[in-house]
Ligand binder design. Structure first.
Ligand SMILES: [Zn+2]
Length: 286
């Protein structure tokens, strides 16, 4: 069944687990993510970034909506890192049930103004909104948006931001980066900061840039109250690492010969995240 982001994440907030938001820009990968979520009986967020939407084209949304509608697990379709009011309107028009407006690189007051405008439009048609406060880092040029340096989310600012914008979920910066960390960089989350934000902010909290962070830290973040975790790089690395291996057999030509082992490898990674986020079996709570 297809739900709004708010309805999907309210259950996670109440029951202390996190829903994985898997980034999708490929039809076969999308099917694999639905399959593994159904096998694990886990709620699912299909996340599509504006660059991914340009790649697959807006017509793909009809397929995503149709697949979500007949899914045995609850699903929301989330527009990841919307950069402008106009992009949010497009996302609403093509059928996303949840949108992110990312004003995190703007000055505080401008971020509030842009986010509030997006909330007014989205709420008018029952679509939920994620805002972002603080900046998430960026490790390499393949990574999606991000800043050179991380600005951590201040708990009091988070309270003001939520009150003044009316957002349904909040992405916070506690030390994660988009992309895969280079060998010299040791990711470290400020979990005490997460605790201080969670005490003050009651809406679901979101972590971006979590690929490649140690499992122990992520597991703790879930226990401390994160309810949506974005995973993009890890599933794509699993898929394409396998594809490089498969393509060493140069006799292969058909996508239906080449892609299935890659999808299987991606599903192993996705299943691991679902377990780590404590989301397995949670579909029955809806
Ligand atoms: Zn992100």
């Amino acid at each position: 069944m297809l739900l709004s982001g708010t309805d999907l994440l309210a259950v996670a907030n109440k029951n202390q687990f996190a829903v994985p938001a898997f980034n999708v820009s490929d039809y076969a990968m999308m099917n694999g993510l639905f399959e593994i979520s159904e096998e694990k009986k886990a709620p699912l967020l299909i996340a599509i970034h504006p660059d991914e939407l340009s790649h697959v084209g807006v017509d793909m949304m009809r397929a995503v909506i149709a697949r979500a509608g007949r899914s045995s697990v609850p699903v929301a379709i989330h527009f990841d890192h919307g950069a402008s009011y106009e992009q949010i309107l497009l996302a609403i028009r093509v059928g996303f049930t949840s949108v992110m407006i990312d004003g995190s690189m703007l000055p505080f007051a401008e971020n509030i103004a842009l986010t509030r405008r997006a909330v007014e439009a989205a709420h008018a048609v029952g679509v939920s909104v994620e805002g972002e406060l603080g900046t998430i880092g960026k490790t390499d040029s393949e990574a999606e948006d991000g800043a050179a340096t991380i600005i951590y989310t201040e708990p009091d600012d988070a309270v003001t931001f939520v009150e003044e914008t009316g957002v349904d979920t909040l992405a916070i910066a506690i030390g994660t980066c988009h992309g895969i960390y280079p060998a010299w960089m040791k990711p470290e989350l400020k979990l005490e900061l997460l605790e201080r934000i969670k005490v003050k902010v009651s809406i679901p909290l979101v972590l971006h840039g979590v690929s490649n962070n140690p499992d122990t830290e992520i597991g703790q973040a879930v226990k401390l109250g994160v309810n949506k975790i974005n995973i993009s790089s890890d599933i794509k690395v699993a898929y394409h690492d396998k594809m490089r291996e498969v393509l060493t057999d140069t006799s292969l030509r058909e996508p239906n010969s080449i892609q299935p082992p890659c999808i299987a490898a991606m599903k192993v990674t996705a299943a691991h995240k679902i377990d780590l986020f404590d989301a397995a079996g949670k579909a029955e709570l809806y």
